[in-house]
Design a binder for this molecule. Structure first.
Ligand code: CMC
Length: 444
């Protein structure tokens, strides 16, 4: 069947119908279902009454057609390639804002005044240190542990440090938990990196901004001060802005699902990090670099594209395709331009960039990718920039996690204030054995 005839997730959404309610008939039963609309985006049929009225549930594997909550944080129009945080287009934020300001925006709903920003910056800066006992946790990891595994473990252990004294009913305490997460995740991430290479841990320094502080914690050795390259800091800040939030993606939905049970926020974010790690999600940036390395040179691109088209190969072009974007990923557009700029300014000539450019060109011309609306996503070029900044490949997804922490905590805060918040509890279509009688082991 040609891709255009399929009803899969690669189709462009048609113009939405204009309606207030929908009447659904299931056999001899009928139910009027209300339609809910937000400020932007497709209307949603509210199916909450469906089971009690008809005895039926809905099936939507992978949530391709289901809204799980109402949110005022991020808006995506996948067909038009639009991404906005709190109404501000990503292109404007990328050009004019900073990651910490974006984190404030996501958490609080509006851009800060200069006093509000100074207070927020100071709060984050003064919560960057880790409890000394964390060193004991770190010491328990094998020296070659993947840093994402360490990050999940370390964040999970944070729940034990800040549990008994946390009152979720108090908005100030919830905010403090959010600030601690934004502040400490870079410290923990850098500590994981240093542990894996056997360097002494580096304490955060308060007199430098957020991104520079992280780079210092990653790279400064006790024997000499680090000369920070402003190009590197600017590039990393921009990548953090682009990765800060992306509405109800797999990791954010995980944070919300865990959050819906009333779990500790550090445990919720640890669960989000685990979900991010998969190669279909945040792990793709690491997978892209490995793939480009394996392709090796531009001449091998054709064979890689053919392999990706062959379902039997089990190989996909990493950094290509997106559940929501069916036109282009606006973040990829910004990163592509930035990659060339950063490599030029840092004087780096990376042959993997030539492979990436050739691969993108070849895939965008290929019918398979055109029909399925598969475009480069945010992860396609980000790894090349991380590599230029000397970030080790296994740390790429950790970089994503540092940035996405801002989105995760914003969603957690929003959820805790949502009067409609209920424990997340999907249903299933049971396909197992029907009822049968137990047979003793001697008779089986
Ligand atoms: N290479 C080759 N074929 C692909 C690719 C790809 N990267 N992505 C999707 N397809 C094909 C897929 O085989 C299917 O073909 P067919 O219709 O013939 O069966 C069709 O395109 C639709 O794919 P899908 O898996 O149903 O689409 P999805 O919306 O469930 O998956 C995705 C989206 C991002 C998981 C997928 O495109 C993918 O695996 N991409 C590679 C991994 C990647 O780059 N992930 C990062 C996503 S962006 C960052 C983030 O959100 O974390």
């Amino acid at each position: 069947m040609p891709a255009s005839e399929k009803s899969g997730s690669n189709q462009v959404t048609p113009e939405p119908a204009k309606l207030d309610q929908v009447t659904l008939t299931a056999g001899d039963k009928s139910v009027v279902l209300p339609v809910q609309t937000g400020t932007l985006g497709s209307p949603c049929i509210d199916i909450a009454k469906l089971p009690s009225a008809t005895g039926c549930f809905t099936y939507d594997s992978g949530f391709t057609a289901t809204a799980s909550c109402k949110s005022a944080i991020t808006y995506i129009d996948g067909d038009a390639g639009v991404l906005m945080y709190r109404g501000y287009p990503i292109e404007q934020l990328a050009k004019q804002s900073s990651f910490l300001e974006v984190a404030y925006l996501l958490m609080n709903g509006n851009l800060p005044t200069s006093q509000e920003f100074a207070a927020f910056d100071s709060d984050v800066t003064h919560h960057t240190m880790m409890h000394e006992a964390f060193k004991g946790f770190l010491g328990g990891f094998r020296h070659d542990a993947h840093p994402m595994a360490m990050l999940v473990g370390m964040l999970g252990s944070m729940a034990s440090f800040y549990h008994n004294d946390l009152d979720y009913e108090d908005p100030a305490e919830r905010r403090l938990a959010a600030i601690r997460l934004i502040a400490k995740v870079p410290t923990i991430a850098a500590a994981c990196h240093r542990y894996s290479i056997g360097w002494p841990l580096r304490y955060p320094r308060n007199n430098v901004p957020y991104v520079e502080r992280f780079l210092q914690m990653m790279y400064e050795v006790p024997s000499e001060p680090l000369e920070l390259n402003p190009v590197a800091a600017k590039a990393l800040d921009l990548l953090f802005i682009l990765h800060a939030d992306h509405e109800q993606n797999a990791s954010t939905s995980t944070v919300r699902l865990v959050g819906s049970t009333g779990a500790n926020p550090y445990a919720c974010v640890a669960a989000g990090v685990a979900a991010l790690w998969g190669p279909a999600h945040g792990g793709a940036n690491e997978a892209v670099l490995k793939m480009l390395g394996e392709i090796g040179k531009p001449e091998n691109v054709g064979a890689a594209v053919e392999k990706a088209k062959n379902k039997e190969s089990g190989f996909r072009l990493m950094g290509f395709g997106h559940r929501v974007y069916k036109n282009f990923d606006p973040r990829a557009k910004i990163i592509r331009e930035m990659t060339h700029e950063v490599l030029n300014e840092l004087g780096i000539n990376d042959p993997l960039l030539d492979v990436a450019v050739k691969l993108e060109e070849a895939a965008l011309k290929d019918d398979y990718f055109i029909q399925r609306k598969l475009y480069p996503n945010v992860d396609f070029y980000s790894g090349i920039i991380y590599k230029a900044l000397r970030i080790p490949t296994e740390m790429f997804t950790v970089m994503f996690a540092i940035a996405r922490t801002a989105g995760w905590v914003a969603h957690w805060l929003e959820q805790q204030e949502d009067p409609e918040n209920k424990i997340g509890r999907p249903r299933q279509i049971y396909v197992g054995a029907p009822e049968r009688d137990y047979v003793g082991i001697d008779k089986r």
